[in-house]
Design a protein around this ligand. Sequence first.
Ligand code: LMR
Length: 394
Amino acid sequence: MFETLKEQPADKILMLMQAFKEDPREQKIDLGVGVYKDASGNTPIMRAIKTAEQQLWQAETTKSYTGLAGDPAFGDAMIRLVLGDAVPRANVAAAAQPGGTGAVRQGFDLIRQANPGARVFVSDPTWPNHLSILKHMGIEMVPYRYFDDDTRGVAFDAMLEDIGQARKGDVVLLHGCCHNPTGANLNITQWKEVVASLQKTGATPMIDIAYQGFGDGLEDDAAATRLIASSLPECLIAASCSKNFGIYRERTGILMAVSQDAGAQKLNQGTLNYLNRQNFSFPPDHGARLVTMILNDDALRADWQAEVEDMRKLMLTLREQLASELQRLSGSDRFGFIAQHRGMFSRLGATPEQVEKMRVDHGIYMVGDSRLNIAGLNKTSVPILAQAIVDAGV
Ligand code: LMR
C-alpha cells in the first residue's frame, strides 16, 4: 500500500540547513535555521544546563514514567515563568510537550477536539510550520495581514481589520514576542487593541511563545501573553524551552490552557492528559527536568538569566552593527528597521532572486522570504553581509 504515498513538500528551513552543510565554501555564512550561535559560531550548552545535568546525573534514581502531563513541578515552574502572577494557578491546565512544535501541534489538536469547524487565523507571514501542521490536520486557516513591506514594521490597522473578522469558535494565532519570521512586533498599546478586538469577536487567542528572553528581556517578552491571559475568558499558550534554555534536541515545551475558573481547568487538564496519551503517551522528561531544576534553584536561575541576557544583548549589538554598516554603505536610513526589530529574526524585504544571488555570490544562506537569523552573524560576517545586501540591490 505504500506505493500510494505521495512525495511531501520539503520544509524550506530544513532544506536550507542541508544545502548549507553541503556547500564546500569556507567563507559561507549560515543565517537560516533559528539556532543561537555565539561569537565563534558555536551553539553552546548553557552553563546552568551543564550544572543541572551534572546534579541530575548524581541525584536521579529512576527513569520510570512521570505523569501524562509530565512532572507537575515543570508545569508549575513554566506557568510562573510565562504567566508570572497574571492569572491564578488554579485556572491553568498544562501539559509538557515534545518541544514548542509539539505544543503547537497539541494545541491545534485541542482546538479540533473543542470545535471541529474552528478556523485558525494566522499572521501573513508566519512560521511556515504553523501552516504546514494546520494543512496536515485539515484545519481551515485564514491569513491576517501583518507585515508592512514598505516600513518593515507591523501593518497594524490591516491586522486589526483582518482579525476583526474572526468569530466565536475561531482561533487567532499570535506570536507572544519576537515574531518569526519578520522580527516586527506590536507595542503594548497595540496589544491592548488586539485584546479589545478578541473581546469583541469572542474568538480564542492561541499564543506561540518560543523566544521569551530574546527580545526585550524575560519579563517584557511575556507582557503580551500575560495581558491576554488575564483579560480574556480563555486562551491557549504554546511555550518552547528550545531557544532560551538552548536545549533544542531535548524537545522541551509546554501547552497551557487558561480558563476563567478552576471548574473549566479540570476539564482542560483532563483533555490535555488524554491528548498526550493518544499522541505519544508520556512526554519527554530530561529537558523538562533540567528546566525545572534551574527555575527552582536561586543560583542556577541567576546564572541562566545572566546568560540569556548576554545572548539577547549580543543579538541587539549585531542588529545595531548591521544597521549602521548598511547605513554607511547605502548612504540611507532604509535599513534602520533591523535595529528596531526584536528576537532572532529580521525579514529583510529582499526578493527571492536577491536572496539567491547572495547565496550564489557570497555563500550567504537565509530563508527564501529573506528572513535572516541575526544570531548567525558575528563581527567578521556583518560587513560581508552588509556588502552583499547592497550588491544585490536590496
Ligand atoms: C526556525 O524557525 O528556524 C526554528 O523555529 C526552527 C524550526 O524548527 O523551524
